[in-house]
Design a protein around this ligand. Sequence first.
Ligand code: NAD
Length: 294
Amino acid sequence: MKIGFIGLGIMGKPMAKNLIKAGYSIVVYDRNKEKRDEVVAAGAEEGFSPKDVASRTEIIITMLQNSPNVKDVVLGTNGILEGAKEGTIIVDTSSIAPLASKEIAAEAAKKGVDLLDAPVSGGEPKAIDGTLSFMVGGKKEVFDKCYDILSKMGASVVLCGDIGAGNTTKLANQIIVAINIAAMSEALVLGTKAGVDPEAIFNAIKGGLAGSTVLNAKAPLVMAGNFKPGFRIELHIKDLANAIETGHDIGVPLPLTSQIMEIMQALKVDGKAQDDHGGIIQFYEKLAGIEVRK
Ligand code: NAD
């Protein structure tokens, strides 16, 4: 069986390489030729459009920024549906609006093509070492067919419900991560300005109730002044916008999410949209006039 992979950015590139390492034969495409070349050099076949990839493969994985990119790649001119055979499966691992996943799945179904929405958490390090967490929406029988493939890129692959459930779960994940980073930032800025070494604070609290995966991953980067993405603030803004829109649609106010959204908007105005989301701390540092560094 041949697998297609479209979208070879920060996440897609290492995920595609892990499929090659696991022995799968894959055809890759990204609109950026340099990114394609790098994965081809690692052993993939080159694809020349989403349509071309679909005509040469049975399961196609997409890893793109947001809903418009996925709609373009799946439904657009020279898109996947133009090249796909009946029975093809699309596994969209991008983080997009749940409603968009449902719309794309409905269009795909008209051609006998199944869709799973299967966004991930874990970021670039876990994409590289193949330990991502997949949260999946779609039909159980389609999920079962894709389980082994997703397991080569992830340590956890969980079916959360019908189509859209994967991206709904991802919105929950993104709310928790954003608020955690903001809480960590507020706390470390307070401690540092009060004259305590931030590394001592980190070491003292990481094993207690305040400890978290976010704290372990982001505090060392903050203290090193390293805001290289990782996960860009720009993409987290996209996720919170999808969360707020979804919440408002179904009648769920999201007061904390809205506040972090405005912090991220301020960082964007300040030219920090391409920084890692650990860079949220720069908002607090500016307010307090201090930097949290080792
Ligand atoms: P990225 O911008 O690095 O990569 C996206 C890739 O898609 C780019 O290489 C781009 O050229 C390609 N692309 C976009 N539109 C295309 C089109 N029409 N045709 C062909 N190629 C196209 O983004 P990323 O950081 O890899 O994130 C991808 C998705 O994964 C996003 O939805 C993001 O929210 C999610 N995500 C990212 C992280 C992270 O830490 N970076 C973690 C979890 C989830």
